[in-house]
Design a protein around this ligand. Structure first.
Ligand SMILES: C[S@@+](CC[C@H](N)C(=O)[O-])C[C@H]1O[C@@H](n2cnc3c(N)ncnc32)[C@H](O)[C@@H]1O
Length: 215
């Protein structure tokens, strides 16, 4: 069962009873996404005129929306992997919680077909890929990776060497991987794969998060 839930900054997230996990932080869904993925991810890539982004976990589509809203000066190809797309009724409920001026953009994002490249605007192409992380086929290379699976405590199978080796092999030189996750085991695995790992201060309610660069 999926339940819509208000978080501490007034924005909403979803609770999955199957995974016993929230899709975002209870301390602030939007604050977390903006801080982790936009401020510490996308904004560190402002020098790219064209940028290819990979997201693990489309979920509500909030990261896609926030990236789209930031995309005015860049051409973005945004690939998002998701094994369990939410039903339209849930997306529609989530849409109602968003600021009015963002609702049309959100609607375009959630209505985009799966497993096809779809232009949301002249400079933002979305490729929602319905697949497990474990078996996903990566068809291009990426400058920025948003690792946004449920936590390794709840879903260790989504944070394995096999998955991240595949991602590493599809990261361009100087690409960065950004995640809210700060687990030691995960960071050591990224280092072993050859990434330069940095620990950053986390979003509200979380001491640390991780940024990894392919040198
Ligand atoms: C933390 S949520 C993603 C939140 C999302 N980025 C957003 O902005 O709402 C994790 C997502 O991973 C998906 N997921 C869980 N296990 C998966 C797997 N093995 N392969 C692919 N997707 C998976 C869940 O359905 C969920 O949508």
């Amino acid at each position: 069962m999926i339940k819509i839930t208000k978080t501490n900054d007034g924005s909403y997230t979803l609770y999955s009873s199957h995974h016993d996990e929230l899709y975002h932080s209870k301390h602030g869904a939007r604050t977390e996404s903006e801080y982790v993925f936009i401020k510490n991810g996308l904004k560190k890539c402002h020098h790219y005129k064209e940028i290819s982004i990979l997201e693990l976990g489309f979920g509500t589509g909030l990261n896609s929306l926030l990236t789209y809203l930031e995309s005015k000066h860049q051409t973005i190809l945004y690939t998002s992997i998701e094994a369990y797309p939410l039903p339209n009724t849930t997306h529609n409920q989530y849409l109602e919680t968003l600021p009015k001026k963002e609702q049309n953009s959100y609607q375009s994002i959630i209505k985009a077909p799966w497993d096809k490249h779809h232009d949301i605007s002249t400079n933002f192409t979305l490729h929602k890929q319905k697949s497990l992380f474990q078996t996903m086929k990566l068809t291009t290379t990426y400058d920025l990776v948003y690792a946004d699976a449920f936590s390794p405590r709840k879903q260790p199978e989504c944070w394995t060497t096999d998955i991240y080796k595949k991602i590493y092999n599809h990261m361009n030189p100087n690409a960065i991987l950004i995640t809210y996750c700060s687990q030691g085991l995960f960071k050591r695995m990224l280092s072993k794969l050859g990434l330069t790992v940095q620990t950053l201060p986390g979003p509200p309610g979380k001491r640390e998060m991780t940024l990894a660069t392919k040198r």
